[in-house]
Design a protein around this ligand. Structure first.
Ligand code: NAD
Length: 488
């Protein structure tokens, strides 16, 4: 089966692939600006039908109770996706602008493989826990807690790592026994819709268990949040939209799980390998053109070594030019759209207006008149109060800031509305641990350590979110617990 024989995609509603009631909308390759095809454009009635199907599948079938069947379906999906890996990877480069080195990892291959981890959880999780006997009001009782899928999940996802985020939601939600309505971002509909095609044509998922509704209209996200038939909203996106989601969900008291923005710090201690650290910081911030919520975008270096660090980072960035993501070796591809490029360029201009110095980059790459590219950019001369140090830019832009010792670096790292991730480079284990324990973020790397994996809970402190995705903690977000007691 070819994933998109006519360069178009359908909605998946109640087990059927159907067109959108509003027709179709264009998908643009961000590296070339060419229209590469169309996705079905859903309207409110399509979403309504998808929610109804998910509700019915949860309420009237055995899906939530048959742990073994769920594991089987998830493994079927993993295997079917991996059988199409070459097509999905090529599409991720075309649709998302993902460099090919990432499509073999978090931009497709890794998250597809990780569905197996969630299948194992469906099978092996302790669905009941014996609490033994107690004597409430003097009467002996035996008690247990039973865990159940929480119901219908509305999953709303962004465009930057769409496969990773879509699978990190539908994998654990389905493993937990929930049914799902997935509404992906309008910029990357195929990453979701073609998974829907695989589900419909190559797996045994019952009708209504997974529904995928692509739309050019952000308002469908809000409709999903406000619908009282939905039990959980699992949202990944910007902090501004996350606030709206939480406010809207308060009307129906729907549980919200939020993965939001970040402005993570890369802390270099004075006993670190400075050149190695700066080179890693440059590599991180240009990866996928900086369009990652957990990417470190503030480089904090010892004041005495500031000039040396600027030179080392500039040199590293010079070898990481923004380029065609399908070229082997490209690390920094395009931004997803003209809107995002304008936003990033606006921040670079703001840095100059605020008195900053552009050490390298700052514009569009020479010789590229098509594609939403921005050069890897290093900004110096500002402190942590500057807007470019406080706000999420979501581009290949690094702000370098001097610190006056370990505690000052920790203070600067924590002087942020966000708390998603971070990195520390140093040689002394005690000092490294002091930093790791003091920075208020959901993940930390040490000397280049990579924490990302299916079994690692990922999420943020403060304005970076509520809850955890992936790992057992991410799976448990989709469970309800029921305490049961009977006389002993
Ligand atoms: P966005 O907030 O604009 O959109 C995210 C999703 O929400 C899209 O599907 C969109 O259609 C939908 N949406 C828009 N308005 C809505 C509303 N009022 N109610 C419900 N849904 C609505 O984000 P984006 O621009 O697509 O993605 C970039 C942002 O995502 C960045 O801020 C980034 O940090 C964040 N992000 C966070 C994580 C994480 O795990 N913490 C991961 C990736 C991206």
């Amino acid at each position: 089966m070819a994933l998109r024989p006519d360069n178009s995609s359908d909605l998946l509603i109640d087990g059927k692939l159907v067109p959108g009631s509003r027709g179709a909308f264009d998908i643009v390759n961000p590296a070339t600006e060419a229209v590469i095809g169309q996705a079905a454009d859903a309207g409110p009635d399509d979403l309504d039908a998808a929610i109804e199907a998910a509700r019915r599948a949860f309420d009237t079938t055995d899906w939530s109770r048959d742990h073994t069947f769920r594991a089987t379906c998830l493994r079927q999906l993993r295997d079917a996706l991996l059988a199409h890996a070459d097509e999905f990877k090529a599409l991720a480069t075309e649709e998302i602008g993902a460099p090919s080195f990432l499509t073999g990892g978090p931009q497709f291959q890794g998250p597809a493989e990780d569905l197996g981890y969630f299948a194992d959880l469906a099978e092996n999780y302790g669905w009941t826990k014996d609490l033994g006997e107690a004597k409430p009001m003097g009467i002996p009782n035996v008690r247990e807690v039973r865990y159940e899928g929480a119901g219908v999940v509305g999953a709303i996802t962004p465009w930057n790592f769409p496969h990773q985020i879509n699978f990190a939601k539908i994998g654990p939600a389905l493993a937990a026994g929930c049914t799902v309505v997935l509404k992906p971002a309008p910029d990357t509909p195929w990453a979701a819709a073609l998974v829907g095609k695989v589900i419909a044509e190559e797996t045994d998922f019952p009708p209504g268990v997974v529904n995928i509704v692509t739309s050019s209209d952000h308002a469908l996200g809000e409709q999903l949040v406000r619908d009282p038939r939905v039990d959980i909203i699992s949202f990944t996106g910007s902090t501004a939209t996350g606030r709206k989601v939480m406010a809207a969900a308060s009307e129906t008291l729907t549980k919200v799980f939020l993965e939001l923005g970040g402005k993570s710090a890369f802390i270099v201690l004075d006993d670190a390998d400075l050149a190695g650290a700066c080179s890693m910081a440059a590599f991180s911030v240009v990866t996928h053109a900086g369009q990652g919520c957990a990417i470190t975008t503030r480089l904090l270096v010892p004041r005495a070594k500031l000039d040396e660090a600027i030179a080392a980072t500039r040199d590293a960035m010079a070898g990481l030019r923004a380029d065609d993501p399908s070229k082997p070796g490209t690390i920094c591809g395009p931004l997803i759209s003209a809107v995002q490029r304008d936003r990033v360029e606006g921040y670079i201009k703001l840095a100059v207006d605020e008195g900053g110095t552009i050490e390298c980059g700052g514009g569009r790459p020479a010789g590229k008149d098509k594609g939403f590219f921005v050069e890897p950019t290093l900004i110096s001369g500002l402190d942590n109060s500057a807007r470019v140090a406080q706000e999420e830019i979501f581009g290949p832009v690094l702000v370098i800031i001097a610190h006056d010792g370990d505690d000052d670096a920790i203070r600067i790292a924590n002087d942020s509305p966000y708390g998603l991730s971070g990195m520390v480079y140093g040689s002394d284990e005690d000092r490294i641990n002091h930093v790791v324990n003091s920075v208020r973020t959901g993940t930390m790397g040490v000397n280049g350590g990579i924490w990302y994996a299916a079994d690692v809970p990922f999420g943020g402190y403060k304005a970076s979110g509520i809850g955890r995705e992936m790992g057992v903690a991410g799976f448990e977000e989709y469970l309800e617990s029921k305490a049961v007691a009977r006389p002993a």
